[in-house]
Design a binder for this molecule. Structure first.
Ligand code: NAD
Length: 527
């Protein structure tokens, strides 16, 4: 494994720069009267800035301000909202370096993974801007006997959308929820993770500079209990991204109020490697699929099922690719994998690897923490011989650890891939897209990528993204990603072409007419 250590000076300069702009960025946060907490830069472990937490009273004040602003915002035209988003899109492309640098400094990830965030935000901004009116404009829908009743469906914003986001893709995941919520006419009350406040506030500043009223998007800080709970309690819809454990607690909390939620949760994502692809090509594709953002990615691949005829060659090629990976801090594209983001991430990765080794797994490549590079670095790690008694067999590691299992048939691979409580993302590597699609259609997951790990579906902005089973409910992106933030209303009136019965006599008179209409509709195969 080749290490890139000559970037230390520029990473130190980036940390210093982020420290210097922290006060102006955090000034945009909701007023906070709680304790202060120090936030560290993952590359060095040094303090980046001190962040004050909100109290529950601060959350209440932010909620009131957001609700007040939403009344006027809900009356703005789609054209007005569209032009703000399109202006923000231009600002994002202009100021992308600031955002990419901040994401790297706060998360420790490599530049290619940080660029994915900017790309995802840009597409979410433009797609939301140009589709929201089409998705939400009032439309006529058909009634049971066409012409007899005229039905129109329109939409109202939910009001206040509560958004809770994690630190791993702090701006992309936020944008995919916040932007459509705002474009649909809502205000947003967001609780962000302490670790990535600066990146998020940099994005928010672009929106404000593009004309978004500041009060409409309130950002609060603090722990899940009590601040996250207060944010969840405030919302008319809750959009949560994080672990399955927290998402489940939020769903339970919302049940008595019957408030809707979109929950984007954890995964244990499988990849199937078929026997019709060059092993070197497959290994090149598998590397970013498993180790993007150092594996701290909900859609990252953690289990690989490879067909026996290509298994030996694929494992050798993948191990070689891992051993040649450049890991370290740095602000350019020369680095293949960055740091883990915090101590508990490193602890979890080491615990999973240690447990697997103790119980008999083999480390084919990687396997070690790298304190020589920075406090939270860990090598990309490839394991074989992982069995159900090991923690990393079925539990999400959320780090750079992948287990390879050799299978005898495609059937066995599909069954193993589906044998999970999760169903977020999956991948198929193959020489034939048609064959890949046939396998994909049998996988129980919200997205399946052919010849890629996650970027193909992540970039499919018009298509829904979300999880089956315990990976979540609801979808982001596409029309589904906008419709979750509105209530629909059906407005219907009889046209008078055929009278609606008002008493027993008229019902008796109309019965043969309506029965005849049903027969005609059936004969015409009318939908
Ligand atoms: P986490 O659930 O611990 O925390 C996520 C966020 O929720 C944080 O901001 C946290 O402060 C907040 N929170 C905690 N308790 C809360 C409560 N009771 N009420 C409201 N908010 C609360 O998750 P994490 O460890 O920060 O993130 C990693 C997890 O997120 C992984 O499981 C990963 O797979 C998942 N994730 C999923 C997606 C997706 O789109 N499906 C994307 C990214 C991450």
């Amino acid at each position: 494994m080749s290490d890139v250590v000559n970037r230390a000076m520029s990473s130190a300069a980036a940390i210093e720069w982020a420290r210097s702009i922290a006060p102006e960025l955090t000034a945009g946060l909701a007023l906070a009267h709680g304790d202060a907490k120090s936030v560290a830069a993952p590359w060095t472990g040094d303090t980046l800035h001190d962040l004050r937490h909100c109290t529950v009273q601060d959350v209440d004040a932010a909620e009131s301000a957001a609700r007040f602003a939403q009344r006027e915002w809900s009356r703005t035209s789609f054209a007005e909202r569209r032009s703000i988003l399109l202006r923000a899109h231009s600002l994002l492309l202009e100021r992308r370096r600031e955002l990419i640098d901040l994401v790297q400094v706060e998360t420790g990830k490599n530049r290619a993974s940080a660029f994915e965030e900017v790309f995802a935000i840009a597409q979410a901004m433009r797609h939301t801007a140009v589709t929201v009116e089409r998705v939400l404009s009032p439309r006529f829908r058909r009634s049971s006997v066409p012409g007899v009743v005229r039905a129109m469906v329109d939409h109202e914003p939910k009001g206040l959308v509560s958004v809770v986001t994690p630190w791993n893709y702090p701006v992309a995941l936020a944008a995919m929820d916040v932007l459509p919520a705002l474009a649909a006419g809502n205000a947003v009350l967001q609780k962000i993770d302490d670790q990535t406040v600066l990146s998020l506030m940099s994005l928010r500043r672009m929106l404000l500079d593009a004309g978004l009223p500041a009060a409409l998007w309130q950002v609060v800080t603090g722990p899940g209990d009590p601040v996250g709970n207060a944010v969840v309690d405030a919302g008319d819809h809750v959009s949560f991204t994080g672990s399955t454990a927290t998402g489940t607690r939020i769903a339970e909390r919302l049940a008595p109020r019957l408030v809707s939620a979109s929950l984007e949760l954890g995964g244990k994502n499988p990849m199937i490697v078929l026997d019709d692809l060059d092993p070197d090509a497959a290994a090149a594709l598998a590397f970013p699929a498993c180790f993007g953002s150092a594996g701290q990615l909900c859609v990252s691949i953690e289990r690989i099922y490879v067909l026996r005829p290509v298994a030996e060659a694929f494992i050798a090629a993948f191990a070689a690719r891992i051993r040649s990976a450049r890991i370290g801090p740095g602000l350019d594209y020369s680095i293949d994998m960055g740091s883990l983001t915090n101590r508990s991430q490193l602890d979890r990765v080491q615990a999973h690897v240690g447990d697997a080794i103790t119980k008999g797994a083999t480390v084919v490549a990687g396997g070690n923490a790298r304190p020589d590079l920075g406090p939270y670095f860990h090598e990309p790690t490839l394991l074989t011989g992982v069995s159900p008694d090991m923690n990393c067999f079925a539990e999400e590691t959320f780090g750079p650890v992948v287990a390879i299992h050799v299978v005898e048939s495609v059937e066995e691979a599909i069954a193993a891939a589906n044998d999970s409580q999760y169903g977020l993302n999956a991948a198929v590597l193959t020489g034939s897209v048609a064959r890949g699609r046939a396998v994909a259609r049998r996988i129980e997951a919200g997205s399946v990528n052919i010849n890629d790990g996650y970027r193909a579906s992540f970039a499919s902005i018009g298509a829904p993204m979300g999880g089956w089973k315990r990976s979540g409910m609801g979808r982001r992106n596409g029309p589904e990603g906008i419709l979750r933030f509105v209530e629909s209303r059906t407005i219907a009136n009889p046209t008078g072409i055929l009278p609606l019965p008002v008493d027993g006599e008229s019902a008796a008179r109309m019965e043969p007419v309506y029965l005849a209409a049903l027969r005609v509709l059936a004969a015409l195969h009318f939908p």
